[in-house]
Structures are given as structure tokens and as C-alpha cells.
Design a protein around this ligand. Structure first.
Ligand code: ZN
Length: 266
């Protein structure tokens, strides 16, 4: 909308000084749907990205007969997809799929990981429901968003929150940035140009074979969404002729949790 070229993931990381990103999703494949192309751009720029998947993915898949193996299959799919994107590690919290709530037990686990990794930015699902496409707002997704936002302030930076974490040596930490994906379009305030990484996203999504009954349809949907977002945000100045190659974007709600101007009170 600005008419300015959209920033690349590398440019966003350089602008905000991101060297470490901790990324949360509810199910194996959420992070790849929401942010895989951006993640690929970040890791290529030298940013260290860790995934944390909060549920075991037990309610996914379409084949009833081998459902008992779905958790281990989905974890391996997520590890393979993450490795393709240059993600350093994938952690699984193992909460039950479909039952995630932002309880103190869950928030404490999020705080523990934030304090251990001390990321410059936390990438997570948006806690607000998208009424335009309800499927993006699975209750587990909203719960991830709510748990991560509650962990980001005040718990992660309050040394008296969940005191056994400090006893374990996990010191309080002031998180600079939250980057939320999958939220209502009206919240989008950061759109990154991921052109060149769109095929990485499709390759990552293809690893989640247990979840996609119709891969070509899924891929067309994902590509169209990224292209439409780029067109909408790049402004009339950037519109080229009909032969110009398609460009792609991913969108986020960027929240400054702590910057130089922040004063804190618990
Ligand atoms: Zn999901």
C-alpha cells in the first residue's frame, strides 16, 4: 500500500537486529503454512531459527487404519520440512491435539523456552480469530497465540513469575519482538517479499504428506495467497506489465514488546 518495495526477510532481520528467532505452532505444518518462505529467507541470512510445535498432531491425517502412528509420522514430517528450510532444531511440547488451552502449565513451558533460547523475536500464531477464514483459527491456534502473548508479557521478564524456572537457572528475559501469523487481515502490518523462496515453502509443505489429500490444489491455493498479498501491498508503483514474473509475500502482525522507550511494570 505504501508504494515502497516490500522488505525481504533478510532486510527485516537486519533492520531489527534479529539473530535468533523462536517460532511456535500448534500442529506440525502450521509454521510451514504461515511462515515457511520467511523462515527460509531468515535462515539464509544467517538467523538461527528454532521451531516449537505445541501439540502432538494426533487429531490430524485422513487414514483411520494407521492412525496410531500419526504422531511419530507428523513429527518426522515436521523435522524434514524444518531441515529443508535451514531450521536449527524442532522441539515438541506434546500437548494433546485439539485440547490446547493457555493454562499456566502451558505458559510456563513457553516461558522456559523463551528464557532458554533468549530470541530477538518470537514468531507465533495470532490469538485473534480470523472471521474471513475460520479454518485458520483452529482453537489450538488461538491457544498458541494466547499462551505466547501472555508469556511474552509479563511472565518471561518477571523474575517472580513461575519461580522454579529461575531456580533452574532460566533467568528473566525481556523479549524485543513478537511476530504473529495467521491473524485477521486488518492486523497485518508487516508484509515481506519472499519471492524466490515460494518453492521452498511448497517443498516444506509437501513433507506433510499425511495432511494433504490433494497436493496440487493445496499448492495452487498457497501460491495464489502469497501472490495476492504481494499485489495488495506493493502498491500501484510496483505493478508491472502482464509478462512480469509473479512476486510473492507473507504477512504478519509485528508487535514491539520491549524497545528503548518501553517502561515496565508488572
Ligand atoms: Zn494447525
Amino acid at each position: 500500500m505504501s508504494g515502497q518495495p516490500l522488505p525481504t526477510p533478510a532486510e527485516v532481520a537486519a533492520t531489527h537486529g534479529w539473530r535468533r528467532v523462536l517460532a511456535f505452532g500448534a500442529h506440525p505444518d502450521d509454521l510451514d503454512f504461515g511462515a515457511a518462505a520467511t523462515v527460509a529467507g531468515l535462515t539464509r541470512a544467517g538467523v538461527e531459527v528454532t521451531y516449537c510445535v505445541m501439540t502432538d498432531g494426533d487429531a490430524g491425517g485422513f487414514e483411520a487404519e494407521d492412525h496410531h502412528t500419526i504422531t511419530t509420522r507428523r513429527q518426522q514430517e515436521q523435522r524434514d520440512a524444518a531441515a529443508l528450510l535451514g531450521v536449527r532444531d524442532v522441539e515438541f511440547l506434546g500437548e494433546r491435539d485439539g485440547y490446547l488451552e493457555p493454562t499456566h502449565a502451558v505458559i510456563e513451558q513457553v516461558v522456559a523456552r523463551m528464557r532458554r533460547h533468549r530470541p530477538d523475536a518470537v514468531l507465533a500464531m495470532h490469538p485473534e480469530r480470523d472471521w474471513d477464514r475460520l479454518q485458520r483459527s483452529h482453537p489450538d491456534h488461538l491457544a498458541v497465540g494466547e499462551a505466547v502473548v501472555r508469556a511474552s508479557y509479563p511472565a518471561v521478564e518477571n523474575p517472580f513469575a513461575y519461580p522454579r524456572l529461575a531456580e533452574q537457572g532460566l533467568e528473566a528475559y525481556r523479549l524485543p519482538w513478537l511476530v504473529l501469523y495467521g491473524g485477521p487481515a486488518a492486523r497485518t502490518n508487516l508484509v515481506v517479499d519472499v519471492t524466490g523462496a515460494e518453492q521452498d515453502k511448497l517443498r516444506a509443505l509437501r513433507h506433510h504428506v499425511s495432511q494433504h489429500p490433494d497436493v496440487p490444489r493445496m499448492e495452487a491455493f498457497v501460491l495464489r495467497g502469497m501472490a495476492e498479498l504481494h499485489r495488495r501491498w506493493s502498491g500501484p508503483g510496483a505493478a508491472a506489465g502482464e509478462d512480469a514474473p509473479e512476486r510473492y509475500a507473507e504477512g504478519f502482525h509485528l508487535v514491539a514488546v520491549n524497545d528503548a522507550s518501553t517502561i515496565s511494570g508488572f
